[in-house]
Design a protein around this ligand. Structure first.
Ligand SMILES: Nc1ncnc2c1ncn2[C@@H]1O[C@H](COP(=O)(O)OP(=O)(O)O)[C@@H](O)[C@H]1O
Ligand SMILES: CC(C)(COP(=O)(O)O)[C@@H](O)C(=O)NCCC(=O)O
Ligand SMILES: [K+]
Length: 260
């Protein structure tokens, strides 16, 4: 029973085809597409693939983009299921004031993180950092309660905000330096350490709250850029959202089987 997982962010769509909708399934194919190019998914990247029997995705780029993806999915006889954040799912309890307003990608990434730890028998607090268009920093306690999280601008948004709000900041990308001595390095380092500093504060908050050091997991297209600048070690898990989508899909298929 093949399974297609889709993650639509504000910059890029990521997809992965698995052998089945269950934790630990075999990866058959995967790809990435900028949102400008998603209308050619069916003709190009998906054309030679086996038809998925189950599809689960998360989408935070708006209804219009999601509908364009629904159209691409029409090459197959599969019912798209788009995850909405809810009060409780796949081992996680949602502490947001309005659980449905939490970004679905954040919810799914946390489900992925929690299930990765449970799979190796570790019930510890978790920090989940996603570095995409925006940066999110989530805190989960050892029992799987999502306590709350931060939203920051990503690198690109920070740089564009500074460029448009000043007269003299139009420079190429620089390098991360401890003591930057030119504008490019100052901007790149400023953005990177803004993220690293916010993450470190959240680690401290969670550690004080739980009385236990958290496991730190990072994901997202720009994760590799900021991971080396973190105060403490982070596991870089590129597949975190897909792991979460596998856990959601498994729960959903089991529920549908029981109802049948
Ligand atoms: N090949 C790349 N080289 C450099 N930066 C990249 C690359 N791919 C992605 N990024 C960075 O990652 C961000 C997009 O990551 P992604 O996780 O796809 O975001 P989203 O989920 O918000 O669409 C971009 O803002 C960009 O800064
Ligand atoms: C915070 C986000 C913009 C992150 O988007 P991304 O960087 O993954 O494209 C997205 O999760 C979102 O729109 N969230 C809704 C608001 C919230 O989570 O509180
Ligand atoms: K994302």
């Amino acid at each position: 029973m093949t399974f297609l997982a889709i993650d639509i962010g504000n910059t890029r769509l990521k997809w992965a085809m698995y052998s089945e909708p269950s934790w630990g399934a075999r990866l058959l194919a995967q790809g990435v597409e900028f949102l400008d190019h998603i209308d050619r998914l069916a003709d190009h990247h998906w054309a030679g693939l086996p038809a998925p029997q189950v599809m689960v995705g998360c989408a935070v780029a708006g209804d219009a983009v999601r509908r364009r993806v629904d159209e691409q999915l029409e090459i197959w006889d599969v019912e798209p299921y788009w995850v909405h954040s809810c009060a409780q799912a796949a081992g996680l309890v949602n502490g947001y004031d309005h659980p449905g307003r939490l970004g679905a990608d954040r919810w799914v990434a946390m489900i992925g993180a929690r299930n990765r730890l449970l799979a190796v028998g570790e019930e510890k607090p978790i920090i989940v950092v996603m570095v995409g268009t925006a940066v999110t920093v989530e805190a989960i306690d050892a029992s799987g309660n999502f306590l709350g999280g931060l939203i920051l601008p990503g690198h690109g948004i920070m740089l564009r905000a500074l460029e448009s709000g000043t007269a003299g900041l139009h420079v190429p990308t620089g390098e991360v330096k401890l003591f930057p001595t030119n504008t490019s390095d100052a901007l790149t380092s400023g953005g990177t350490f803004a993220i690293a500093g916010a993450v470190e504060r959240m680690v401290q908050h969670l550690q004080a709250h739980c009385g236990q050091a958290p496991v730190c997991i990072m994901t997202g297209g720009a994760g590799w850029k900021v991971a080396p600048s973190m105060v403490r070690p982070f596991d870089l898990v590129e597949s975190l959202i897909f792991d979460g989508l596998l856990a959601v899909a498994q729960e959903r298929v089991e529920r549908l089987r029981q109802a049948a």
